[in-house]
Ligand binder design. Structure first.
Ligand code: FBP
Length: 516
């Protein structure tokens, strides 16, 4: 591959490691803490994970070396959406393996978890790793969203690991993928397999976060990338003084990305889904709040501005969330009947008769395009794919109508001309920031240490991230410790708890105090 000058420069960057991890392997010691408990529903989680529940927290310190140096064959999977730094996780893992034993092998499963089910692999050699150090993207082995969750899939994964002779599997993924990693770790032990499973916390959404996982990797780079673009648009808005820019930002559920970007760029408006849900706002109230802010600026002669809209917003508006849940159920249940209708008009007429009165009312107020997106776009699990719903256009359209009403009532005299943007994919494969380059490399190296110390069912963890890399600490968190039971597709399942924006947390409070 021909590299650009930027790629050549970026390759020279040497990721920084926590001080303890720079020590020779012979003086890197595993320290185990007290036994742990799940965040909630302890009895149920314990029952489902009899072999991996309650393990102690792990930490690596300078001391007497504990890591095995025997040659290992390790498999690695990139799972879910891309996040900047994934290649550096693989580089850190690879360098750790080779540092311990030059005979060790790293095998990449291609295209995400389906790579293991289909036994599609690539040998990750020094040449391969060197081509991808400090680059964005997941293209070294590619990613995918297949979930390993059925008995057949677990059995097949074990079969493939045995066939290749995999000693340990590293799953680089978000909350769902790491839930799968926990189930796989448990399954392997229960079947007498020695294959270890270690997770690495990835997702630009920033919602795989807790006391021990201070940030998922990729969030830093993605938010900086979006913030740069938002800043450019803000400058354009204040230069031209003629447009309101509505920018939808990725984040499947949580509004961490929108909040972080708001703190970095100080837009005129930023909606936070968790606040909308907490205040039990209706769609009309959300629209009113935006229209009122626009009217207030118009009074100052400013008919321009920037509004940030989190991708997951509409599911957090209680009445729209309820509508979506009903739509998912009806369309899944009566799929054959639904498929007879081809025009949106016929589909809408049919669905409105099946919805309860409230949802039918909400559905009828939605613009045509949104109705069609809510009816058509579903993921393999039968859910609406929020990243494909044009919420930014929905808000623009409804705000436009509201401003027209306000104008008629003499409450608004401005001019409203709006443009819609969606920033998502632009940020997921950017060159990792120095932070993500260092963090990811450290996470990968730590994943190797967890393996070389014989652990399984752990998530690689680097802490103290607000300080320089030198002061970071490295260790592992038992995956079961982050779990609770949640209702998924009609069944109670063990899952890693998703971290939403906390309304009493410092980031939101800082934003709320300054937004007026
Ligand atoms: P992960 O949770 O797998 O990291 O993916 C997050 C995300 O980037 C969301 O922000 C977005 O809603 C979704 O992926 C888009 O999915 P896809 O890549 O399948 O279009």
């Amino acid at each position: 591959m021909k590299l650009s000058p930027l790629q050549i420069e970026r390759k020279k960057y040497e990721p920084k490691l926590p001080r303890a991890l720079k020590a020779p392997l012979d003086s890197l010691m595993l320290e185990l803490g007290d036994k742990t408990e799940a965040v909630a529903d302890r009895e149920e989680v314990r029952e489902l994970f009899p072999n991996t529940y309650g393990k102690p927290l792990a930490r690596f310190l300078e001391g007497t070396g504990t890591a095995s140096k025997k040659p290992l064959t390790v498999g690695v999977i990139l799972s879910g959406g891309q996040a900047p730094g994934g290649h550096n996780v693989i580089a850190g893992l690879f360098d750790g393996l080779k540092k311990a034993n030059a005979e060790s092998r790293l095998i990449g499963f291609l295209g995400g978890p389906s790579g293991i089910l289909e036994n599609k692999t690539r040998d990750i050699t020094t040449e391969v790793v060197d081509e991808y150090r400090n680059t964005g993207g997941f293209d070294m082995i590619a990613s995918g969203r297949t979930k390993i969750e059925t008995d057949e899939q677990f059995a097949r994964s074990l079969e493939v690991c045995n066939e290749i002779g995999i000693d340990a599997l590293v799953v680089i993924g978000g909350d769902d993928s790491n839930t799968n990693a926990a189930l796989l770790a448990e399954y392997f032990i229960a079947r007498g397999s020695a294959t270890q499973v270690i997770g690495v916390p990835k997702t630009i959404d920033g919602d795989l976060k807790n006391e021990y996982i201070e940030s998922s990797f990729g969030f830093d780079t993605a938010t900086r990338t979006y913030a740069e673009l938002i800043g450019n648009i803000e400058r354009d808005a204040t230069s031209a003084k003629k447009y309101w820019h509505f920018i939808k930002l990725m984040g499947r559920s949580a509004s961490h990305i929108a909040l972080e970007c708001a703190l970095l760029t100080q837009p005129n408006i930023c909606l936070i889904s968790e606040e909308v849900a907490d205040d039990e706002m209706t769609l009309a109230q959300v629209v009113d709040s935006v229209a009122n802010a626009i009217a207030a600026r118009a009074k100052l002669g400013k008919n321009f501005g920037v509004a940030l809209i989190p991708e997951g917003l509409i599911e957090f508006i209680p009445e729209v969330g309820a509508l979506i849940t009903e739509l998912n159920t009806i369309i899944a249940r009566d799929a054959a009947e639904f498929s007879q209708f081809t025009s949106l008009e016929d589909q809408s007429e049919w669905i409105v008769k099946k919805l309860d009165a409230n949802s039918a009312e909400v559905f009828s107020t939605l613009p045509r395009d949104i109705k069609s997106q809510l009816l058509l776009d579903r993921d393999p699990h039968g859910n609406v794919q929020v990243s494909r719903i044009e919420t930014e256009k929905l808000v623009i359209e409804m705000v436009e109508d509201r401003l027209a009403q306000m104008k008629a009532a003499g409450e608004y005299t401005g001019k409203f001309s709006a443009l819609a943007h969606f920033f998502g994919y632009e940020g997921r494969c950017a060159f990792p920031s120095n932070f993500d380059a260092d963090y990811c490399y450290s996470l990968g190296f730590t994943a190797f240490l967890l393996i070389a110390n014989g652990l399984t069912g752990y998530l690689s963890s680097i802490r103290n991230l607000a300080h320089s890399a030198d002061k970071w600490t490295a260790g592992g968190v038992p995956l079961t410790m982050m779990m609770n039971m949640e209702q998924r597709h009609g069944h109670k399942k063990p899952v890693i708890r998703k971290a939403l924006v906390e309304l009493d947390g410092t980031p939101f409070k800082t934003f709320a105090a300054a937004r007026a």
